[in-house]
Design a protein around this ligand. Structure first.
Ligand SMILES: NC(=O)c1ccc[n+]([C@@H]2O[C@H](COP(=O)([O-])OP(=O)(O)OC[C@H]3O[C@@H](n4cnc5c(N)ncnc54)[C@H](OP(=O)(O)O)[C@@H]3O)[C@@H](O)[C@H]2O)c1
Length: 326
């Protein structure tokens, strides 16, 4: 297929483009910053500079590219400083998930694009009730913390708009697998503590596995939502010390819930206490996908153990390094 990838130069895009090409697809790789063109070219895609928030430019780029499929992986999380307000940190990403998605869908309709796959998110979104691990059928959190409401609404907008249009929304776990993963610096510096009992669950996914699932979704997926997460959703008190150990860092500090709430806000408390993980049983069943890293236990070691202070292992020469959202 001729595939238009928005966000081709990002953390997931740089893993996805080579896998698409390996599967025989032809890729048009869109990015925002002029400096990303070479990275996209080296990956084997035809580079196109495009601001997804400029709807007429999106229309023109898609009509000119004449793709059979579009994959939306654009986020704006590089170099973001995460503060007390999730909505503030995610503001530009939220716009890419609302206006950016709408612009791509409108262009797709006009250009007669048959397949549409977009990046969504699984962790911290499901209702903080009942089972600790949720399926796509389970309800989303009806009452997210006030400072994360716009972010949750933007993800729900994307899920709804894409599936209404007959496309696929992939609710990925937390990405990891690159030297500049957002958690690397704070965990190394012991700035990311276990909060309270650390019993809130997170689902993770290695970037290579996320990319592999995306190719399969493009090729075989039916319209709808798929959780793309590893097999071991886990509480913070388990995954965080394991990440620190894989990085060769000291074990994380512990802080009580009240203190974390005071310093980092309600979002940090929600992630640490009560949050739910996600099951990818549907993706395995319907896409024939098997993660290479079924658990972050092996994945963190594979991603971080060879890392030095200067950086870790990158699996592709064009994979981005040198920035961090944290
Ligand atoms: N599920 C998750 O856990 C999750 C999801 C997303 C990101 N992250 C993490 O956040 C960090 C940063 O991720 P990243 O490098 O992928 O983020 P990024 O720098 O935001 O890059 C994402 C992609 O979107 C493109 N983009 C950004 N703004 C755009 C716009 N207005 N129009 C069109 N394209 C635009 C970027 O192009 P340029 O390169 O040209 O700027 C890039 O190709 C990574 O550590 C990543 O793992 C995690």
């Amino acid at each position: 297929m001729r595939v238009f990838v928005a966000g081709a130069s990002g953390a997931i895009g740089t893993r996805l483009v080579p896998q698409l090409i390996e599967h025989g697809h032809e890729v048009i790789g869109a990015f925002r910053s002029p400096g990303s063109a070479e990275r996209v070219r080296v990956l084997g895609a035809q580079p196109v500079a495009l601001d997804l928030l400029d709807a007429s430019a999106v229309r023109q780029a898609v009509l000119e590219a004449e793709p059979e499929a579009i994959i939306h992986q654009a986020t704006a999380l590089a170099n973001v400083r995460f503060g007390r307000s999730i909505d503030k940190s995610f503001g530009p990403t939220n716009r890419l998930r609302t206006a950016g998605t709408d612009a791509l869908l409108a262009a797709a309709r006009e250009a007669g694009v048959r397949r549409f796959v977009a990046q969504s998110f699984a962790s911290y979104r499901y209702a903080r009730e009942g089972a600790m691990v949720k399926t796509e059928e389970d309800r989303l959190d009806p009452d997210p913390p006030a400072m994360a409401r716009e972010t949750n609404a933007a993800m729900s907008h994307l899920d709804q708009a894409v599936t209404d249009a007959g496309g696929i929304a992939l609710r990925y776990g937390g990405f990891y697998g690159a030297a500049n993963d957002g958690l690397v610096k704070p965990v190394r510096k012991r700035q990311f503590p276990v909060v309270g009992a650390g019993d809130g669950f997170t689902s993770f996914i290695h970037l290579d596995d996320a990319a592999a699932a995306t190719v399969l979704a493009l090729e075989h997926g039916g319209a709808g939502i798929y959780n793309i997460t590893d097999d071991e959703p886990a509480p913070m008190r388990e995954w965080l010390p394991a990440m620190a150990s894989a990085l060769g860092a000291k074990p994380p500090r512990h802080v009580p819930l009240w203190l974390a709430g005071l310093i980092a806000g309600k979002g940090a408390v929600m992630m640490a206490a009560g949050s739910r993980g996600a099951s990818s049983a549907k993706a395995k069943r319907e896409l024939g996908w098997t993660p290479r890293y079924p658990s972050w236990r092996q994945g963190f070691v594979a991603a971080y153990a060879p890392a030095t202070e200067a950086g870790g292992r990158n699996t592709h020469p064009a994979t981005r390094t040198g920035h961090s959202p944290a």
